[in-house]
Design a protein around this ligand. Sequence first.
Ligand SMILES: Cc1cc2nc3c(=O)[nH]c(=O)nc-3n(C[C@H](O)[C@H](O)[C@H](O)COP(=O)(O)OP(=O)(O)OC[C@H]3O[C@@H](n4cnc5c(N)ncnc54)[C@H](O)[C@@H]3O)c2cc1C
Length: 455
Amino acid sequence: MTPTVKELDRAIPVADEVDVLVCGGGPAGFCAALAAARAGARTLLVEQCNCMGGIATAGGHNHLCLYTDWGGGRRVVGGIPFEMVRRVVAAGYGVYRGGQIDFELEGLKLALEQMAAEANLKLLYHTLFSDAIVDGGRIAGAYIQNKSGRQAILAGRVIDCTGDADVAASAGAPWEMGRPGDGAVQPCTLMFTIGGVDWPRVQAFRKGNYKLESVWAAAQAAGDMEPFQSQIMGWWWTPTRPDQVGVNFTHMVGCDPTSARSITDATIEGRRQAFHMIPVFRKYIPGMENAYLISTAALLGTRESRRILGEHVLTDDEIIARTAWDDSIAYGSFFIDVHNCTGPGMDGETYHPEPGFKYQIPYRCLVPRGIDNLLVAGRCVSVSHRALGSLRVMPQCAAMGEAAGAAAALSLEAGTTPRAVDVATLQDRLRTAGAILDDAGIEAAEAEDKAAATY
Ligand SMILES: Cc1cc2nc3c(=O)[nH]c(=O)nc-3n(C[C@H](O)[C@H](O)[C@H](O)COP(=O)(O)OP(=O)(O)OC[C@H]3O[C@@H](n4cnc5c(N)ncnc54)[C@H](O)[C@@H]3O)c2cc1C
């Protein structure tokens, strides 16, 4: 048994009292907080890093997809998540094409802070959500920890966007983690950025062999590369920084994202793998002869962690069947992308849909069972392990965040719990804000995109 000590019995200062507290400022948390603030709720976002954006900024992943249906045809994500795209492109920090945006990490950080300031959204960086304050089956705020010490934030509604369901777990809401059977989660990846790349030559070399599996196999056979990975998971190139590439390649299996020890070990191993790959890239990839390491990400890339058990658990079967939901709040469209939980490469659970694939996401997946006034958005919502392989991508997490923020504000206004919120009113508000929930929304976005010269 782990030895314990008793925490000091002391009064905790209340640092703030707000309508809506959002924990975690990734794509989901940013959109949740902005939607709540825009709806007039006094909103505070607390984030452990020094920026918003989560994996898209601190996590070094300079690529978001998918805003369209599978295959890049019609746009299925609007609202705040697409405003983020417009802002970054208009400021010259990225390019949107084929339903995906490639961007500069620093440009996105700045755009999100500008949008927050315009909505009077309060931010507290360098601040860790620590424990939920629960009173009679309802969440009433959170204990936080930062340079100023341990403090409390009292809130009418709390939205858990930590990616790990830290708040829901602390509040006693039920959750699951990992795949059925052995509980293994998808591997973690520490993103890194390289410079000195001649991208057109890399592109020419890669034509017809996107993942370069044969190249890594040859490097491993020659003893130049360790066998932790067998394919490129993403080389993200941003035209506004033409000699730089964001690299999705490090691969740490067996990492428990809810254990500080485990994420520390995975981060150290990811950095080691990043350095290890530089000479391999130089030797084996035409166009990368002069590549050098610019940075490793501040935040370990977690694909999968706790998933809450909500009022509905969205399954992979429902996604594949494109089940329609009366309480739809957003669309997903990404393929079921499950990386190998126990070795290099991908898992056998991958599902490649036909072009045009898209599915609705029900509001009930954001509502945890057993605890009131709490909503959850992003990759820790109520879905099956395999369904998360599709739903975890950033435009979808951001769209779920916007819905959670709007629902929190609406529930306060209506004097009801988020569980009992009038879903038709929520949907009307989301539509008015430009979110896409149904066919009519897709048609409206199509007309908008035709009218716009470029994003
Ligand atoms: C390597 C990798 C590649 C990926 N590739 C793609 C891709 O190509 N396209 C795509 O769209 N998506 C991709 N994804 C998926 C996507 O990045 C994540 O699923 C998505 O970012 C989840 O959004 P989120 O807001 O739920 O969580 P996150 O982006 O993880 O954000 C969570 C935020 O909460 C903060 N936080 C966590 N705990 C606490 C706490 N206790 N207190 C305070 N703050 C806290 C974190 O610092 C972070 O800022 C990838 C993910 C990884 C890891």
